[in-house]
Write a protein that binds this ligand. Sequence first.
Ligand SMILES: C[S@@+](CC[C@H](N)C(=O)[O-])C[C@H]1O[C@@H](n2cnc3c(N)ncnc32)[C@H](O)[C@@H]1O
Length: 230
Amino acid sequence: MMLTKRLAACAAQVTPGGVICDVGTDHAYLPAELLRQNRCTRAVATDIHAGPLEAAQRTLTEAGVLSRAELHLCDGLEQIQPGDITDVVIAGMGSETILHILEECPWRRQVHFILQPMTKIPVLRQWLVQQCFSWTEEIVQEGEKFYVVMSVSAAESPVSLTPLELEIGCVNWQSETVRRYAAWKQQRFQKLAQQLHRAGRAEAETWTALSQEIETRLQMEHNGKGEALC
Ligand SMILES: C[S@@+](CC[C@H](N)C(=O)[O-])C[C@H]1O[C@@H](n2cnc3c(N)ncnc32)[C@H](O)[C@@H]1O
């Protein structure tokens, strides 16, 4: 079984030899592969719908790892006790669902989270800042699509983000994928600024400024003058 680049990037962040919990597991491709490769000792997988959990059971059975897995039909982590769980993966969902799952988890400061949000990522970043978490981010490209993978842990002191970091993340500009992602974001911000400008809305300036900041960063990287943003 081959994981997609997106899921492989999530798998790469898992603590070797740990116990993972995959929330919204769907076909359980991630836990099945981690168990098959003995990269985790045990896996807990949850899904809010019965159909995906049946598919998960089939995948885990075919991979010959079902005896080391536990399946739960529940919303987020509501039926899960932290026990020896080292890493919780919440991938392929919108930020609002991820936030709901995190907010309802009383033991969220005890484990490492691997988050792979699909939409509204600045909202998730803002919440993580407010809740005193720190994290690193990686950008993965599959064809035309970009995915953000976040490795998140409780922090002792709050982190702060600039408006640009809030929008595109705390990323390594030296990575070619990051620069492609930033260029794509820049185009989107520019278009948004134009639309808002035409509608006579003052927020247009914010998006123009962000778009220009990205352009400057990309130019600096191109000229070899870039430095880590955070
Ligand atoms: C798009 S799939 C993502 C599957 C896999 N995690 C991945 O990244 O490829 C989303 C899955 O999350 C499940 N889901 C949605 N909301 C959930 C929640 N609150 N708690 C648990 N599972 C949820 C859905 O039923 C679905 O199977």
